[in-house]
Write a protein that binds this ligand. Structure first.
Ligand SMILES: [Zn+2]
Length: 187
C-alpha cells in the first residue's frame, strides 16, 4: 500500500533535519505506555507468510488479532490477507476486500478476540504509512498498531528497519527506533 508510482526513495525528499525532528517526536499521552507482545512462533509465521506471498515483487499483509489489556496488546493469532481474500497484491499496492473485513469481524466476535494490529510489506526501505495506508483503515481504535516491513520482508526482522506506527487521536504516530525496541516485545 505504498502510494508511489515507482519505488523511488521517498525518504530522500525530506531534509535530514526534518527526518531527525520527526524521529525524535515524543508519543502522544494517549499511547505513552502502549506495547505489543507477540510470541516468536507467531512472529515467524507472520514473517514467513509475508515473505512467501510477496515473493520479492509484490506487497503482502497480515492481521494480528488477540487480547487488549489496558495499554498492552497481545497477539494470539495471525491472519494473512491472501488467506482471507484475493489481496490483489501488486508492487506498490494491496487490498483487503470488504467481504473479507466483514468475515474477519464475525470471526473476531466468535473468538472473543480483538484487532490488535496489522503488518504489510513495502518494496524498499521506506516504511512510513502512505496516504493510502492511512486511508485504508481496518480499525480506527486508538492504540491499533500498523507495522511496515521493508524489502518485501526478504531481510527478516530487524526492528530498526521496520516502521512501527500506532493509531492516535489525531491520526498516526510513528515510533522512533528506540521506542520501537521497547514497545514491540517478542517472547
Ligand atoms: Zn503501504
Amino acid at each position: 500500500m505504498a502510494k508511489r508510482k515507482k519505488p523511488n526513495r521517498r525518504l530522500f525528499e525530506f531534509s535530514k533535519k526534518d527526518v531527525a525532528r520527526r524521529i525524535q517526536r515524543l508519543p502522544p499521552q494517549e499511547v505513552e505506555h502502549d506495547s505489543l507482545q507477540i510470541s516468536r512462533e507467531l512472529l515467524d509465521r507472520t514473517l514467513g507468510g509475508l515473505r512467501e506471498r510477496s515473493g520479492g515483487w509484490r506487497e503482502s499483509g497480515a492481521i494480528w488479532i488477540g487480547d487488549l489489556k489496558d495499554s498492552e496488546s497481545r497477539v494470539r493469532d495471525v491472519l494473512l490477507f491472501h488467506d482471507l481474500c484475493d489481496d490483489k497484491g501488486r508492487s506498490l499496492s494491496l487490498e483487503l476486500s470488504e467481504e473479507a473485513k466483514f468475515a474477519l469481524y464475525k470471526e473476531l466476535a466468535k473468538r472473543g478476540q480483538k484487532l490488535v494490529g496489522m503488518i504489510h510489506t513495502h518494496p524498499e526501505d521506506w516504511v512510513d504509512l502512505s496516504g493510502i495506508d492511512k486511508a485504508n483503515q481496518l480499525c480506527s481504535r486508538i492504540g491499533f498498531w500498523s507495522l511496515v516491513l521493508p524489502y518485501y520482508g526478504e531481510r527478516g526482522w530487524a526492528i530498526e528497519s521496520i516502521g512501527v506506527h500506532i493509531r492516535v487521536d489525531s491520526g498516526w504516530h510513528w515510533f522512533s527506533k528506540e521506542e520501537s525496541l521497547k514497545r514491540i516485545i517478542v517472547k
